[in-house]
Design a protein around this ligand. Structure first.
Ligand SMILES: Cc1cc2nc3c(=O)[nH]c(=O)nc-3n(C[C@H](O)[C@H](O)[C@H](O)COP(=O)(O)OP(=O)(O)OC[C@H]3O[C@@H](n4cnc5c(N)ncnc54)[C@H](O)[C@@H]3O)c2cc1C
Ligand code: FES
Length: 282
């Protein structure tokens, strides 16, 4: 069972984990994910590989509490073990070298930019990371990304840090010629609404754009069909065909509808966890 080596609370609901997983670290690439499970009989959840250190044999993950399973993960501390971690899963981000790559992160999506920026900067690309959050206290990993990218842009809705406005407004300025200049590739990872807005921002100016889709997943291996997304009019499975797809081909209406399909069941699971926690506390 992979042991947790280090944890760090990034925001009240977002936690950083470094775990001992040498076999996964040895072959992980930017854009891939793992499926993890914290208890026997519990569900497996997909979590993006934020970074990896092949020499140390460790993986970095960032988990945001949204429901019962992510709450259970975020309750773990250094020294605890995770029941199972399977991966690396999905395809890696594969774009030609030598261009200006702009990674856009929102929420836990900013974490995936760590290995992305590190690898693309190392191979000689020009790299820009644009991080978005509602306010400064919800912003994550900006300091960690600075040594890994040529340029880090911070955007907050309320102007409490960096550019006041959405990541898409700053991206539009950069595409229009603001420093550091028009990107050749944009990669957006974060909430679906943000990825959709990025797709619309880059569609007109024809900037190649990838989005990392996060549909509901069950097995993560292409067997169950749960993670179906419509891309270019065809059904694709995010766990094996993705999770990154051409943003201008993704049907976000369908994807957003499908992600809301089990809201009632998810609320019940969260209520059950709260009952169990209350009982244990008594
Ligand atoms: C490829 C991939 C990579 C991911 N990477 C990360 C990551 O690095 N860090 C992280 O914190 N989360 C990540 N997620 C999302 C994470 O898997 C879900 O938040 C988790 O499965 C929710 O489980 P839960 O039981 O805690 O909440 P649930 O009870 O299942 O859901 C609670 C709420 O979250 C919403 N939700 C559930 N699953 C998703 C989803 N896949 N995308 C968007 N909203 C969802 C539900 O609609 C509901 O509103 C990723 C998802 C995918 C598919
Ligand atoms: S999660 Fe089952 S097919 Fe993708």
């Amino acid at each position: 069972m992979p042991r947790i080596i280090e944890t760090r609370q990034l925001t009240p609901v977002t936690k950083f984990f470094r775990i001992d997983a040498p076999l996964i670290a040895a072959s992980a690439r930017p854009g891939q994910f793992v499926m993890l499970r914290v208890r026997e009989g519990g569900e497996r959840i997909p979590i993006t590989i934020a970074d990896y250190d092949r020499e140390a044999g460790t993986l970095s993950l960032v988990v945001q509490e949204v429901g019962a399973t992510t709450k259970r993960v975020c309750a773990l501390e250094a020294g605890d073990e995770i029941l199972d971690v399977a991966g690396p899963l999905g395809g890696h981000i594969d774009i030609p070298p030598g261009g200006h790559v702009c990674g856009i992160g929102g929420g836990f999506g900013s974490a995936a930019l760590l290995c992305l920026m590190r690898e693309f900067t190392a191979r000689g690309d020009r790299t820009t990371a644009i991080l978005g959050a509602r306010s400064k206290d919800l912003l994550i990993l900006a300091d960690e990304l600075r040594p890994l990218s040529h340029n880090v842009e911070v955007c907050t809705d309320d102007g409490s840090a960096g550019f006041k406005g959405f990541v898409t407004q700053r991206l539009a300025q950069i595409i229009d010629g603001d420093a550091p200049g028009r990107p050749d590739h944009v990669i957006a990872i974060g909430p679906m609404a943000m990825m959709r807005a990025v797709a619309e921002t880059t569609r007109g100016p024809k900037v190649k754009t990838l989005v990392s889709m996060d549909p509901l997943m069950v097995d993560g291996t292409g067997m169950c069909g749960g993670c179906r997304v419509n891309v270019g009019g065809k059904a694709k499975f995010a766990c094996v065909d993705g999770p990154c797809f051409d943003a201008h081909e993704v049907d976000f209406d369908v994807a957003m509808r499908r992600n809301k399909a089990y809201v009632r069941e998810e609320k019940r699971a969260l209520d059950r966890l709260a009952c169990m926690t209350n009982r244990e506390a008594r």
